[in-house]
Ligand binder design. Structure first.
Ligand code: GLN
Length: 190
């Protein structure tokens, strides 16, 4: 399995290290040609407006969009969730516009900039997942084909639609590799 990690901006190194620990081959994606031969791609956390701008500047937006439309597995974490979404509250236009979710940016930020909490995510097992939220978005609405994977105080913070997975939090900043393994399983079955 060869997993690409979008490396324009943000927390990409931690994703790469975690996938390598799980035995996957990884590539840092900065140019369109780096997408060749990949089995899946991660859009990391960072700042979604900047990432969207860089995706356009580096001619990566349309190639990744095309892959996603063909069923290529994509994992978006935090800003990556925003980049995957079809609707962003208050934004004039989305970025990749692949996943049928409406996201609200910075939804936990007013109360607390960042925090860690134990989340119940049944698809990865019974043990709680230590989820790190950093100025995190949440999913305000989901389309029909979207499976909700986890909620935090009634807010959707993890979802899946086909081979697309979006997480509000940063699983790459913990030692728990179950969500990365969950994505690798999707990649293997794609
Ligand atoms: N709030 C940021 C954004 O809107 C995302 C924060 C993060 O990725 N940790 O892009």
């Amino acid at each position: 399995m060869k997993i690409g990690v979008l490396a324009l901006q943000g927390a990409f190194r931690e994703h790469r290290d975690l996938f390598e620990r799980l035995g996957a081959e990884t590539t840092l994606v900065k140019l369109p040609e780096h997408l060749e031969g990949l089995n899946g791609l991660v859009i990391p956390g960072g700042e979604s407006t900047t990432m969207g701008k860089l995706l356009r500047e580096y001619d990566l937006l349309h190639p990744i969009q095309g892959l996603g439309q063909e069923g290529f597995p994509l994992l978006g974490t935090c800003a990556g969730m925003i980049v995957l979404a079809k609707q962003i509250v208050g934004a004039p236009e989305p970025h990749l516009a692949l996943m049928d979710i409406t996201v609200n940016r910075n939804s936990f930020g007013r109360q607390r900039e960042s925090f860690e909490t134990d989340l119940d995510i049944p698809v990865i097992g019974a043990d709680a997942f230590p989820a790190v939220f950093i100025r995190a978005p949440h999913v305000e609405a989901v389309g029909e084909g979207v499976e909700v994977l986890a909620r935090y105080h009634d807010r959707v913070v993890a979802a899946r639609e086909g081979n697309l997975v979006a997480l509000s939090f940063h699983p790459e900043l913990t030692d728990d590799d179950r969500l990365h393994q969950y994505f690798l399983d999707i990649v293997e079955n794609a």
